[in-house]
Design a binder for this molecule. Structure first.
Ligand code: NAG
Ligand code: NAG
Ligand code: NAG
Length: 536
């Protein structure tokens, strides 16, 4: 029985105020509860040790607060969503005195379920596929990553299942407990009471740190476990900043003798991190032979791109990189995009997987539309405990516009966060499917190669070698235990996608429109080896 399991500092509802009323933890009697649907618990340090996640009910949210995070609260419930083989939870993190609400999914690991060891040692947090139209900003839901890539279930595109999803044997929760967080606010099912959005990565980092801390401090089964942050795409910008926030906060916590988060590593797939190599890389994958034996782009377009490239690079350096000037930087980006990206969009190809054509209204994948439909079903929303009134949309134009208005992608040298973390022993796995154009593998290879940190020379001296899964070559790998770069051949941006089974053999000339492109088994093998610190 929940009540007897936790020590409650106070359980005094003060009436049914506004849904997400102000909460002041310093005054423990001032607890407001959600109308009908939520039970509130204020957890004290001595009470923390007694609460276990699996004791939470599924028919209502349990609200958890912590005196150390007076502006935050976690509301969580169990749910039958997606993976019947493990405990699954969804909920909201209420931040900024309850005015913003970040939605999360949490899947227990499938590892060792029979041995009574329900919690594997690792946690992967914040998987978010923040796909973007890169010229604009981030702002997509982590539901894409969950239901299209590496989550415990995949959206059912073939109407085979009665519940809308299919169980994914290659889910990353096979290896670790996995959170998916819809962040920043305004994305997916996350929302703000007054419609505000978060507009910079650095602000988002504070909320993400609070989220992980509250969760880990509230549930004892988390404490001390190894934490990894993973993400894709705009995750290349987010995660180094989030990890740095966690690291810096750990230093403060340590001084004050508070528990710290056991941050181990960061995994970034097809990310955008160092903007200086992005366009160079695009030329190589589109016009060179970095991705296909025979480039698909027309010669005339390639010549035009190559001609504009030095000017684009110079303008980026002058106005975004060496010195940042918002007006000039925006003009530089706009020049680069119109000269260097127009030809790619004109091919009608999928910019996240050049081997395919763009399909569907969202992000070039039909699956996106089906995911939105599924997540908008009243039954699904009820299962998840969704609170927003409006429809789910996989990407938010407002959030994208907000980040874009701050030039969030261009303003900060995100790679310097990576270098600093590496120097402090936080490991980085940078991986890339070779068919992605947006955050292509060459751009990633180039920035990792030139990254300056204490062991740059050791990394640079390493040689490339093939890595294999079940005896078959999966791609190439280079690196050390601290920093590893991996390519996955023939995979797009969403390389872990599980359901994509369209296999078109390439006949005479290898200029395929469709090839088997997504590599879930390879992606899982990669993650599994990384988490256990095996060689790729
Ligand atoms: C949904 O149905 C599929 C196929 O029938 C099944 O494999 C899966 O476990 C079900 N998912 C849930 C959450 O019950
Ligand atoms: C993305 O941006 C490009 C160039 O700005 C535009 O042509 C394209 O239609 C946009 N694509 C999507 C899916 O929004
Ligand atoms: C949500 O989508 C449904 C079905 O597509 C539509 O009927 C409804 O008007 C939409 N609601 C909102 C608030 O946009």
């Amino acid at each position: 029985m929940l009540l007897s399991q936790i020590l409650l500092a106070s359980l005094l509802p003060l009436g049914y105020g506004r849904s997400f009323g102000l909460y002041d933890a310093s005054m423990q009697s001032q607890l407001r509860i959600q109308p009908q649907s939520t039970q509130d618990y204020l957890l004290t340090d001595s009470g923390l040790a007694l609460l276990h996640l699996s004791s939470l009910p599924s028919d209502q949210y349990t609200a958890l607060s912590h005196p150390r995070f007076p502006n935050h609260k976690v509301r969580v419930k169990q749910t039958q969503f997606c993976d019947p083989t493990v405990n699954v939870y969804t909920g909201y993190l209420d931040v900024d005195e309850g005015a913003k609400h970040m939605f999360f999914y949490f899947f227990e690991s499938r590892r060792n379920p029979d041995q009574g060891k329900h919690w594997s040692e690792c946690y992967i947090c914040c998987l978010s596929l923040n796909l973007i139209n890169m010229t604009q900003g981030p702002g997509c839901s982590s539901a894409t990553g969950l239901l299209m890539e590496l989550g415990p279930c995949s959206i059912d595109m073939s109407s085979k299942s009665s519940n809308g999803t299919l169980w994914n044997p290659y889910s990353w929760n096979k290896e670790a407990n996995v959170f998916f967080l819809d962040q920043p606010v305004g994305v997916g099912f996350s929302y703000a009471d007054y419609g505000e959005t978060i507009e910079t990565t650095e602000t988002a980092a504070k909320n993400v740190h609070a989220f992980i801390s509250i969760f880990f401090e509230t549930f004892p089964q988390f404490s001390g476990r190894r934490l990894h942050l993973a993400g894709e795409s705009y995750g290349g910008r987010y995660l180094p900043v989030f990890a740095s926030e966690i690291y810096d906060q750990n230093q403060i916590a340590e001084k004050e003798e508070r528990p710290i988060l056991n941050l181990q590593s960061v995994l970034i797939g097809n990310g955008n991190t160092d903007i200086s190599t992005l366009y160079l890389g695009r030329y190589e994958v589109e016009c060179g032979r970095a991705s296909f034996d025979i480039p698909f782009q027309s010669i005339s377009a390639c010549v035009r791109i190559k001609t504009s490239l030095p000017r684009c690079q110079k303008r980026l350096h002058d106005s975004c990189i060496n010195r940042f000037d918002a007006i000039d930087c925006r003009a530089a980006v706009s020049f680069c995009d119109s000269e260097l990206s127009t030809a790619m969009w004109a091919t009608g190809r999928n910019v996240y997987d050049m081997s395919k054509m763009c399909e569907g209204a969202n992000l070039c994948y039909k699956e996106e539309d089906v995911i939105a439909e599924y997540l908008n079903l009243p039954a699904t929303r009820e299962l998840l405990g969704v609170e927003i009134a409006g429809n789910f949309s996989s990407c938010s134009a407002d959030v994208s516009a907000g980040f874009n208005s701050n030039l969030d992608k261009w303003r900060v040298h995100t790679q310097d966060y990576v270098a600093n973390l590496l120097d402090r022993g936080i490991r980085f796995l940078i991986y890339a499917g070779t068919y992605d154009w947006q955050c292509n593998w060459v751009a990633n290879k180039l920035w990792v190669d030139k990254l300056t940190w204490s062991q740059s020379d050791v990394y640079q001296q390493e040689t490339w070698r093939e890595w294999t899964v079940n005896g078959k070559a999966a791609g190439e790998v280079k690196g050390t235990d601290l920093l590893t770069f991996v390519t996955i051949w023939g995979a797009g941006h969403m390389m872990s996608s599980f359901f994509s089974v369209k296999v078109f053999m390439c006949a005479d000339i290898c200029f395929p429109i469709y090839v088997p492109h997504d590599k879930p088994a390879e992606a899982l093998a990669m993650v599994s080896r990384w988490l256990s610190r095996e060689k790729m």
